[in-house]
Design a protein around this ligand. Structure first.
Ligand code: B12
Length: 352
């Protein structure tokens, strides 16, 4: 299971190997583990921390001098001791700089203590950011707060770096649920309470997330050729597709064949695709009640393929908040979250 984004620097294994070599190996060696046990009490030394992170002690000291990322409790004249929160902060600094984020920007992301009130654009000059606006993302991790700030600044490269770091380090499910979705919800809430402002933030952020999710694939396992595909489509009139893109990326990450049809797919077209390709499952996304029409699901539920006498049907899933409170045709299963959807669709269906 992917480690949670809020556990930056924790002991869980990343979903995929981290491409951030300077962040050190996935788990500490025995000597470092001893240091970490000691860290529970008195903290670890600069040297032990450098070994753990795979950087030189000089780098750690220069980050402290230049960017103020040092141990929180340090009295002049005493050796520095790094407690677990200090270690987590510096691990994140390593991840972000290894991904190419400028150290000053990475340090700004790292310095926000978890649970602190986010300050979306407070560090940015108003002329660059379009104003000192904020997006409340709650007690989320540093990456999440960084993404919220980058979104408000319309800073596409920074959004790209933060999303790429999340995906490479934590995998698709955690990146969607703990990084992308909280910022999307925050921007959606801002849009609603501010009379339609922030719409440019919403569009650019959506595109950045969509592009990042589309990049998941080349270095993942090839599709299992013995497996039937999962078809993903948004209901007719439905333009919200990011959750489906997240699902497509999460299935791709697991080598499960997936065909993503995108936004506003007419029922007749999706039904034809089912008959032509004989999928294991179809997921129909509706973000809002207006696009959630159970008649589309009913039409899909009658679509069959295969030899006469041995006809097969796809498992049908209704996903997204639009289906809430709707009566669904028999045999249609509701999907409520990305992790639940992945768990459900990961189970092997009938082979080809
Ligand atoms: C991004 C976005 C857009 C983008 C979409 C880009 C894209 N490529 O998808 C754009 C800018 C195009 C857009 C357009 C519009 N949008 Co819009 N949009 C959003 C936003 C910010 C995020 C949507 C999203 O991806 N949500 C998914 C996650 C982030 O949300 P969530 O609540 O955590 O998700 C829950 C479940 O869906 C589930 N879940 C989450 N992920 C997954 C994944 C899987 C696989 C599963 C099974 C479940 C699951 O878990 C959560 C807990 O219940 C939402 C705000 C919001 N809170 O959702 C508004 C929002 C959905 N939009 C809204 C509106 C009104 C519109 C427009 C009508 C605005 C307009 N006037 O143009 C148009 C409608 C276009 C159309 N015809 O469909 C409203 C909908 C109100 C309603 N109840 O119907 C919202 C809620 C904003 C608001 N606060 O009012 N939008």
């Amino acid at each position: 299971m992917a480690r949670r984004l809020s556990q930056h620097g924790g002991a869980g294994a990343p979903a995929r190997p981290s491409p951030a070599p300077s962040a050190g190996p996935a788990g500490p060696d025995a000597a470092v583990q001893d240091d970490m046990v000691a860290a529970e009490g008195a903290g670890i030394s600069t040297g032990a921390l450098a070994r753990r992170l795979g950087v030189s002690p000089t780098t750690i000291r220069s980050w402290e001098r230049r960017y103020g990322i040092g141990p929180e409790r340090h009295s002049p004249g005493h050796h520095r001791r790094y407690l677990p929160p200090d270690v987590e902060r510096l691990e994140l600094m390593c991840h972000l700089t290894a991904q190419g984020l400028p150290p000053a920007e990475a340090a700004r992301v790292c310095k926000r203590p978890p649970g602190a009130a986010p300050a979306a654009a407070e560090d940015q000059p108003a002329q660059r950011t379009g104003g000192g606006h904020t997006l409340p993302v709650g007690p989320a991790g540093a990456l999440c707060r960084g993404l919220a700030r980058a979104a408000v600044r319309l800073d596409d490269p920074a959004m790209h770096e933060l999303l790429a770091t999340g995906l490479a380090t934590h995998g698709v499910v955690a990146t969607w649920e703990e990084l992308a979705a909280p910022v999307l919800r925050a921007v959606g809430a801002k849009w609603a309470v501010s009379g339609g402002r922030y719409v440019e933030v919403e569009h650019l952020l959506s595109c950045a997330i969509g592009r990042a999710l589309q990049r998941v694939g080349p270095d993942t396992p090839p599709e299992d050729p013995g497996r039937r595909a999962v078809l993903l489509a948004a209901a007719p009139e439905e333009m919200h597709v990011l959750p489906l893109q997240a699902l497509a990326a999460a299935l791709t990450e697991r080598g499960i064949p997936v065909r993503l049809f995108g936004a506003g797919v007419p029922t007749v077209g999706l039904t034809a695709a089912v008959v032509r390709t004989g999928p294991a499952a179809v997921v129909l996304w509706s973000q809002s009640r207006t696009s959630a029409d159970p008649r589309g699901l009913a039409a899909l539920s009658t679509a069959e393929w295969g030899q006469p006498g041995a006809r097969q049907r796809a498992a049908l899933y209704a996903a997204g908040p639009g289906w809430s409170g709707r009566d669904l045709p028999p045999g249609v299963t509701r999907l409520h979250s990305l992790s639940q959807a992945v768990g459900e669709l990961e189970r092997p269906g009938p082979a080809r």
